[in-house]
Design a protein around this ligand. Structure first.
Ligand code: ZN
Length: 502
């Protein structure tokens, strides 16, 4: 049932860095189901709602706003029938809104003026534009560093930060709020032990230039397609000794435009994960329709079920549309570079730390790269928690199987979020092959966790692999033979250690 191994191998060379799933069967994108549900509700345009069944006519309950808002999925006939106004607000695509004057109660709503009309939009509506400065001040971005010694890679900068005895884990993220590049080099721990971030502490994003000639160049999560890089301490429970109370020093090759932030996870770590779902299909399947879509809701229920094995659960789910002009370009992804361009359209869903600590999930109708073997891509292993709007911020996957195989879609989503939270593949599709040595040197050919099985014979085919049922196995299980994926105790610890679970 799995595709020819040579094709899997080609896909996985990128896999190891970007984080992806390989599909066993090439599925032809199917048209998304027409939303032709019978509506019996009597709520009018703009009324708060919890379910689509409460809304009049063919309107849906738009879950992209906190309290729900009855409205048609798109402008046009139905909007006119409801006497609505079709305008774009706050940089978002044109949508059908109620006029303030026609609302009996404006509780939970606010009136904004647009194109000469007073429009009733929900208060606390998702998607108000949050600037990079606002986001970085919430994350406590520090751009002050001191010059370090000149390394073989060029001038270096040193950042210092403190970790306390209350912290069980932390994530360090370097970023340049502009163009540029940098190489992380070493981390000096409070006990003065110096960790080589490439040679020793290597189970994470590869650096641009590493593994040159091995198809990994320019495919990484930073370098020419990204401007942030994150590393978690510890990346496995076996490396817990890297978390100490005291002063740390991070040495990075780069200029003084480099910034850094540190997110600490305390002992009483939370277990909820918030996600922001972005739609690229503003006409057929947009945030209004998607938030009320039964198949998508079923996918989220399955994702929740998978994560229960790790003791975590989905928290807030927000729904957004990618701006219309861009959406059309990324509806079907045909170029790996477009994955980063799409991810860069994400925006922080709010101005609090709780808001920024959420994962951007981009749904596309098709992912036609690497012979259709690629099912999803995570912006990083781990992705930068809290940042939105960079090419490496978020994950992209195909919902071509939505409605036909919701469990598969849920598996891909849970797998990609797994990467984003810091999980590697249990075994890379290189073990026992010509790329094993290179992978082992720069990233590790299997994950750094002790309790996940490794498949020594993965190149012979995945069927007999002891880790084939694990969520982080590099190929997706095929239909009809799927149980809820395994998550090991160590993998669960990585999840809990992530600042994104809170
Ligand atoms: Zn993967």
């Amino acid at each position: 049932m799995y595709k020819k191994y040579i094709a899997v191998l080609i896909a996985c060379c990128v896999c190891g860095v970007l984080g992806c799933s390989d599909e066993n069967n090439s599925s032809v994108p199917e048209p998304l189901e027409e939303n032709a549900k019978q509506m019996r509700g009597d709520k009018v345009l703009g009324a708060p709602c919890e379910s689509t069944l409460e809304c009049q006519g063919k309107m849906l309950c738009d879950g992209s706003s906190e309290q729900g808002y009855c409205r048609p999925a798109r402008c046009g006939e139905e909007c006119e029938a409801q006497d609505g106004v079709c305008v774009g607000i706050e940089g978002h695509p044109a949508q059908c809104w109620a006029r303030c004057e026609q609302m009996g109660s404006t509780e939970g709503l606010k009136c904004v003026d647009s194109e000469g009309e007073s429009i009733a939009i929900p208060e606390g509506r998702h998607g108000e534009v949050v600037t990079f400065d606002e986001m970085s001040s919430v994350l406590d971005l520090v751009c002050e560093s001191t010059a370090g010694p000149v390394s073989e890679y060029g001038p270096t900068r040193r950042f210092k930060f403190e970790i306390t005895a209350q912290d069980r884990a932390f994530m360090v993220v370097n970023t340049i709020p502009g163009a540029g590049s940098f190489y992380p080099l070493t981390m000096t721990l409070p006990d003065e032990q110096v960790i080589d971030l490439l040679g020793d502490y290597r189970h994470h994003n590869a650096r641009l230039g590493d593994m040159e000639g091995e198809r990994l160049v320019n495919q990484g999560t930073y370098g020419n397609i990204s401007i942030d890089w994150s590393i978690m301490f510890p990346y496995s429970p076996q490396r817990q000794e890297v978390v100490q109370a005291g002063t740390y020093a991070l040495e990075v090759q780069g200029e003084d435009d480099l910034c850094l932030y540190v997110l600490k996870e305390q002992q009483d770590a939370g277990v909820e994960l918030d996600i922001n779902i972005y739609f690229t299909d503003t006409y057929e399947f947009n945030a209004v329709e998607g938030s009320a879509d039964e198949d998508l809701q079923e996918v989220l229920t399955y994702v929740d079920e998978i994560y229960q094995k790790a003791g975590i659960s989905l928290g807030k789910v927000r729904y957004f549309d990618v701006p219309e002009e861009e959406a059309i370009q990324y509806l079907v992804i045909r170029d790996v570079e477009d994955i980063g361009k799409l991810a860069s359209l994400g925006r922080s869903p709010g101005r609090s730390l709780d808001d920024v600590l959420s994962v951007d999930v981009f749904l596309v109708k098709g992912l036609v790269v690497q012979q259709g073997m690629l099912l999803g891509v995570s912006g990083g292993i781990p992705g930068a928690p809290g940042l939105h709007g960079n090419p490496a911020n978020g994950l992209v996957f195909s919902v071509s199987s939505l409605g036909a195989d919701n469990k598969l879609v849920a598996h891909i989503m849970a797998h990609e979020i797994g990467h984003y939270l810091g999980l590697r593949h249990t075994t890379e599709f290189v073990l026992g092959g010509p790329l094993e040595e290179t992978f082992e040197e720069y990233l590790g050919a299997s994950d750094p966790l002790e309790d996940t099985p490794v498949c020594e014979a993965i190149m012979m085919g995945p069927d007999n692999c002891p880790d084939v049922d694990n969520l982080m196995f590099p190929a997706a299980p095929y239909s009809g033979n799927r149980s809820v994926a395994d998550i090991s105790e160590d993998q669960a610890t990585v999840f809990i250690n992530s600042p994104l679970t809170k």
